[in-house]
Write a protein of this length. Structure first.
Length: 259
């Protein structure tokens, strides 16, 4: 669900394009599901469908990994899981800290999907002294005074920010100064970071706004179609057409103009 861009050039080291890197987790999720069902091999078409990606794009992406599959057999599921996990750096354990343990931070702390994917929540940090020591998801909340010591003691390089927007930049600065080089930002603000620090932004409201845009277009198409149907009915030409019968006999879609 991460949106936004990392502060990196379009091509990472070892020549893997950023767009390919962004699709690797989709393949990994689909492959993990196949692996859990003990499926030994998968064709590029099947995997592309499961990952929601075009199969030519998938084959191109896998060529960057040096994985070409076997003609007539497909890709070895377990080996691809290993290859993609290794490429994404998931074969090692990544300690992460979550800063801001309110509604969202607590929900993230309780999410079991991090640990199963190699991300260990090393500490939960909050500025509210009243929260210090309170257990959330089995961990005592630590006060922000301890932030630097927590980062260095645990070798943390990934920080998650779930504070109010107004506090996010200051939290980000402290994380970076303490040695964090990757930040997942949930606060609705643009963070500025020095060269070499990656920021990914998650914003569910932006995702909803994009869906609203598509909903609006769908509604526009439906009303245009209804207007054309009414117009055709008024002129007596062809009777009533449903929106499902809009395609012409040779597959083209006739232009539908509002009345
Ligand atoms: N990205 C998304 O899709 C999404 C969804 C929901 C919420 N949010 C954002 O996530 C943030 C948290 O939302 P919430 O509902 O959990 O808020 P919340 O008020 O419940 O929690 C915020 C927590 O941050 C702590 N905090 C404040 N300043 C801090 C600081 N300087 N250092 C450390 N901790 C600090 C507070 O004590 C509090 O516990 C907000 O910025 C909100 O807009 C984003």
């Amino acid at each position: 669900m991460a949106t936004g861009r990392t502060h990196r050039p379009a091509t990472r080291s070892r020549g893997i394009p950023e767009a390919t890197v962004a699709r690797l987790p989709l393949y990994l999720r689909a492959l993990t599901a196949l692996s859990e069902r003990s499926v030994p091999t998968v064709s590029s078409e099947e995997l592309a469908t499961a990952a929601g990606v075009n199969s030519a794009k998938l084959r191109k992406d896998f060529s960057y990994l040096g994985s070409y599959g076997t003609r007539g057999v497909g890709y070895d599921v377990e080996y691809l899981v290993y290859q993609i996990s290794r490429e994404l750096g998931l074969t090692q354990d990544w300690p992460v800290v979550i800063v801001g343990i309110g509604n969202l931070g607590a929900a993230l702390a309780n999410y079991g999907g991090f640990a199963s994917r190699g991300f260990r929540v090393a500490a939960l940090i909050d500025a509210d002294p009243a929260m210090a020591g309170k257990p959330v998801a089995g961990l005592p909340v630590r006060h922000t005074d301890e932030l630097e010591a927590i980062i260095s003691d645990n070798g943390v390089s990934i920080g998650v920010i779930a504070t109010p927007a107004g506090a996010a930049q200051q939290v980000c600065d402290r994380l970076v100064a303490a040695g964090v080089t990757s930040i997942l930002n949930f606060a609705p603000t643009v963070l500025s970071v020095p060269e070499g620090v990656d920021v990914r932004k998650v914003d569910l409201s932006i995702e909803l706004q994009i869906l609203a845009f598509h909903e609006q277009r769908k509604a526009g198409e439906d009303s245009a179609s209804a207007a054309a149907t009414a117009s055709a009915a008024r002129s007596g030409a062809g009777g009533v057409r449903s929106s499902a019968s809009r395609k012409g006999p040779d597959g083209d879609v006739p232009a539908v103009m509002p009345a």
